[in-house]
Design a protein around this ligand. Structure first.
Ligand code: ZN
Length: 167
């Protein structure tokens, strides 16, 4: 059998969504107000065929992992912890958020997802979900995977794709 080709499997499901609040900062001093999106994720993984199972990776397992990653940030306020401009102070029961040094919001801690990214753009969310998925796939001993591509859509026709080749 010809083994030169590579296979890709894609998962996109109505339940791979997260309805979350966020705001992003722009270059200069511009900063959005708090608002929400019904985000949707789509993932493609590429790799060699597992010749015992004849698949690249088990769809059921991939969907389960992606569902969990989406659920982790669903119905929460997404806050960047690596921003130069947005200060996010975890105070136990609450989170105090400032922008450019000025107090902006106080949220209940359990309403927030503190994310290790510099801005909550779809680009950064796609990269973060890719890293989390990759870590999960490694933990499950997935072998022969060569690439992951993650798309995060925040509105119809408005999305970002992050792709990474795996070592
Ligand atoms: Zn937005």
């Amino acid at each position: 059998m010809n083994r030169r080709g590579e296979f890709r499997v894609t998962v996109t499901k109505d339940y791979l969504v997260f309805a979350s609040a966020h705001f992003i900062t722009f270059a200069g001093h511009r900063c959005e107000g708090l608002h929400g999106h019904n985000y949707r994720a789509r993932v493609t993984i590429e790799g060699a065929l597992n010749e015992e199972s004849w698949f690249v990776f088990d769809f059921v397992e991939l969907k389960r992992i992606m569902k969990r990653l989406c659920d982790e940030i669903d119905h929460l306020v997404l806050l960047p912890t690596k921003s130069d401009r947005v200060g996010v102070k975890d105070e136990g029961d609450s989170v105090t958020v400032s922008v450019d040094g000025k107090p902006r919001y106080v949220f209940r801690r359990k309403d927030c997802a503190l994310l290790p990214i510099p801005n909550t753009t779809v680009e950064m969310l796609a990269q973060l979900l890719t890293e989390r998925l990759h870590a999960e796939l490694e933990k499950q001993g997935a072998r022969g995977l060569t690439a992951i591509e993650m798309e995060v859509e925040e509105n119809f026709g408005q999305s970002a794709v992050y792709g990474v080749a795996l070592p």
